[in-house]
Each structure stands twice: as C-alpha cells, then as structure tokens.
Design a protein around this ligand. Structure first.
Ligand SMILES: Cc1ncc(COP(=O)(O)O)c(C=O)c1O
Length: 493
C-alpha cells in the first residue's frame, strides 16, 4: 500500500505512523487525549479548491473559515496558499492579521458583531458581511462616523430548502438567526443611495455545514444571481457573490452509509416489536428519520446530517460550476450565468472541508462493558467536550484501534462510545462504531476526521479535566503547539 504524502496516516510503513510519528511517540511525548492536525492535508485541500476555480471560473476566491480551526500556524498556511479567511470574532481577526493576511482578504461574518469589531473592520478595509437589516444600518452609521468608504455584502437567508443538513447547522432557511430574508432584499437594494459610505459589493449565503447534496448550492447561487441583476438594474455592479462554506466530507463510503441507515431502520423496527437486540442508535432512536411512520422510513426523507456525499470537498464546487442553475425561471449554465452578471468574484468560505480530514484524535480506552442488557459500550478517558460535534449532532466517523492495528476479528466489534464526564449525555458516539476487534483497557483508539470544530468548539474543563493538547505537524514531522494541555493552574485561574 503506497502512502499519499498529504494523508495524515501512513499505513504503508512497517509501523503505523500518525502525522509522521508512531503511537509510542505521541504517548510518550504528550498525554492522551490529543488532537493532531497535519499541514500537508490542509495545503492540499486548499489547493484542490483553487484548482477547481482555475479550471472552471478563474475569478474565484477561497476564504478559509477560521472558526473551523483557528491558529496562526494554520492561517499562515492559508496565506501561503494565496487564500483569504472568513473571520467571525475579534480574536479570529487578530489571529488572521498577525498571520500576515491582508485585511482585504478578510471577510467579517457573525450575527452579533460588537461595535468595536465593526469599527476595526472599517478602519482596516476588511469586507463586512451585514447579517441583518439592523446591522446594515449600524455599519452604515459607523462608516459615516469614521468617514470611511466600507465594503459590505448582504447575507441572505429565508430560502425554501428541505432536508439539507442537521437543523443545528442549517443557516439559510426561515428559522435561523442568520441573514436577511430573501423577500426583504429588493427593498434594501432600492435604498442603497441613502448610504454614501457603503460600497455595496454583493451577496452572501452560507447554507450550513456538511451540505451533502448539490441542489441547495444550485438553488442559492441562482437566487443570488437574481439579486445581482436587481442590483445591476439600479445602475450598480454586483462585484461579489459569496456562497459560503458547507462543502461536505465523505466520512464513510456509500456502502457503509447505506449499511448504517439499514441498521438504523432495522434496529428501530425490531425494537417496536419488542426485540432490542439490533438497536443501532443510542436510546433506540430513529436518528434522521424522526417523526416518520414505519412505511416512510426512506433515505430521501432523512432530516439529519448526511455522512456520505457524492461530491466531497472541492468536488461540490466543481459540480456546481459544471452544472446548471435556475435564474429567473430559466435553466442556464452556472458559469454562463455568472458571466452574464458581469463576472463577479465568486467567494467560498470552506472550513470543515479544509481541515476536517487533516485532523485525528487519539484517546485511551477505559472500560469496555455492556449496557441496556446486551449492547457494547466503550468508555474513553476523554469527555464529549473533546469531541464537540457530538453535542451538536450524532457524528458518524471511522474509528480504529491503534495497538496491533492489523489484528482483526472476522466480524467488526460494534459499540456505543461514552466519555468520562458525569452526565448521561456525555456520549461520544450514539451510533455504534465499528472496530477491528474488542479493545482492552489502556489501548488507544483513533477517531478519523476531527480537524474541524470538534476539538475546540466546546472545549471545557468539565469535571476539572484538562483540555487536551492540540498540535499541528508539518511535512517534515515538526510540531507546533496550537494549544498546550491545561496544567492544574490553568484550570483554576
Ligand atoms: C458564515 C460561515 N461561513 C463558512 C462557514 C464554514 O462552514 P463549513 O465548515 O461547513 O465549511 C461557517 C461555519 O459556521 C460560517 O458560519
């Protein structure tokens, strides 16, 4: 098996290497759990997006969503690859600027920006994404006060899109705190002359995260181009269309995802008849099929996050640019439609798709036991706060035991995974995970694809446990600390 240099795990070496080092190195040098990130993967993901733009629509810009994994060392890679960044707080902004990114390459997002942050963005000449009509008026007022022409885009929501992703990360529908409703945009466009300091660049929509299907992107791009034509009709140019992030990861291959869905259905239907032995979702849930009657349990009706996609990462952008969209009821080629609008800069804000598969988490197995009579449960020496995604959705991930990783039983060992915190919701995997064999106490498991959000989103000192170390490893195996493991003093002061 040949190792691809941009992959974090090297299975081809005599001994398994994780970010260029064997397990004993990580265990000896750092304590577990630990989050590892691999620079070559981040680089290659950014390049892949840029390549798609070069091929289909050279007037494109990749702005890494810093919130997915924020650190100067990561943002320096972003700068070196000629990309910009989406920032959504003062510290993200500062970190990006200190990494050397030009303010012109920074898009300021967020639904509740502080005055001082908006003022800073105006003074520095960043692009500000106005998240509401109220915020648009505020930005205009602050720009007037500072007598500074300010680049502004308008974030849009209120789209009629169904079953796009998990509700908690869907940000473009009706019930969202983000964006201005599509119906309110024409009125704002008509009023732009009232805001002399606003240099209105165009429109922004971030659909949500892990948007696994192409249709929502096509729908949103079509609508934003329609808004662009309304803008043009007032004598202005539409200079920027920003379609946000959300580009999905293929967490599992299609066969595995289909198998998981089959198991969810089977487990649920059997449980309805009193047989709990096949339950696959913690607490006998229906997961994304919630609310459906038995006969209607079908993948098309899945309401949650999807963990398989036909178009992972940059392939979604390529499919969008290659395909058709609907503009003012006419079906047109996406690129032709952009050109007809005057070739605006097409900006994307990928986060997860840049860093998720560049990261893994290593944790020690504590107890392996049975729960609910006959179901396997592994508990880790790590809480859900080290895997924050599990607080938002039920992630499906690939897992493996690192010790003697080639030692396999014929059938996979299936188990739920819990953490070490003192509340029942501390479940790291509410779907059963598949391992090579039954692990034993002290062995180390690796969770794949944990580079985005998971490690930092809800990192906390629950039960006074330290927040774990997070490190970035470069192509030569050199290590940069993104976050040191908390010492006793850092927990309490
Ligand atoms: C405005 C905006 N853009 C981009 C992103 C990145 O999304 P993803 O990591 O799914 O690509 C987010 C994530 O929350 C966001 O809020």
């Amino acid at each position: 098996m040949k190792h691809q240099a941009d992959k974090i795990i090297d299975y081809s070496a005599k001994e398994l290497l994780i970010a260029q080092h064997p397990l004993f190195f990580w265990q000896k040098k750092f304590q577990l759990p630990i989050h590892l990130y691999y620079a070559p993967t981040i680089r290659s993901n950014l390049r892949a997006f840029k390549k798609v733009f070069k091929q289909y629509y050279p007037k494109g810009r990749v702005c890494f969503a810093a919130k997915a994994c924020t650190h100067q060392s990561i943002l320096k890679i972003v700068k070196a690859e000629g990309c910009g960044s989406d920032v959504a707080s003062y510290n993200e902004t500062r970190c990006a600027l200190e990494a050397g990114l030009s303010p012109k390459m920074l898009d300021l997002n967020g639904n509740c920006k502080e005055d001082f942050l908006i003022e800073e963005a105006i003074k520095k000449g960043m692009n500000i994404i106005a998240d509401s009509l109220e915020e648009f008026a505020l930005i205009a007022r602050l720009a007037d006060q500072l007598a500074k022409k300010t680049n502004v885009l308008l974030r849009i929501s209120g789209y009629q899109l169904e079953n796009v992703t998990a509700d908690s990360v869907f940000t473009a529908g009706l019930w969202t705190k983000f964006g201005v409703h599509l119906d309110d945009v024409p009125q704002l466009i008509k009023s732009l002359d009232r805001y002399p300091q606003i240099n209105f660049l165009g429109f922004h929509t971030h659909i949500g995260s892990q948007v696994a299907q192409l249709k929502p992107y096509q729908a949103v791009l079509g609508k934003m181009i329609e808004m662009g034509h309304l803008l043009k009709a007032t004598g202005r140019e539409c200079q920027v269309i920003n379609i946000g992030g959300g580009f999905p990861i293929r967490y599992v291959e299609k066969e595995t995802w289909d198998y998981i869905v089959k198991r969810i259905k089977q487990g649920y239907l059997r449980a309805q008849k009193g047989d709990m032995s096949r339950v696959f979702v913690w607490h006998d849930g229906l997961a994304g099929f919630v609310g459906e009657s038995d006969a209607l349990i079908h993948l098309d009706r899945w309401t949650g996050e999807r963990f398989y996609t036909k178009y992972p990462k940059e392939q979604m952008l390529a499919a969008l640019l290659r395909g058709n969209i609907i503009v003012n009821k006419k079906t047109v080629k996406a690129v032709a439609a952009l050109k007809a609008l005057g070739e605006p800069l097409l900006t994307i804000e990928p986060g997860r798709s840049v860093v998720e598969d560049a990261g893994v988490t290593l944790a020690k197995v504590g107890i392996v036991r049975k729960v609910a009579r006959d179901h396997n449960l592994i508990t880790l020496e790590m809480g859900i706060t080290c895997h924050g995604e599990s607080l938002i959705e039920r992630p499906v991930k690939k897992w493996e035991i690192l010790n003697n990783y080639q030692k396999k039983d014929k059938a996979a060992f299936e188990a739920f995974v819990g953490g070490n915190l003192c509340f029942s919701g501390d479940m790291i995997s509410k779907y059963k995970v598949f391992l090579q064999r039954k692990p034993v106490r002290g062995e180390v498991v690796l969770i794949h694809d944990t580079g985005a959000y998971s490690s930092s989103l809800f990192a906390a000192n629950s039960n006074s446990f330290p927040r774990p170390a997070r490190v970035l490893v470069d192509e030569r195996g050199r290590i940069t600390a993104i976050k040191k493991r908390d010492a006793y003093k850092q927990i309490f002061v």
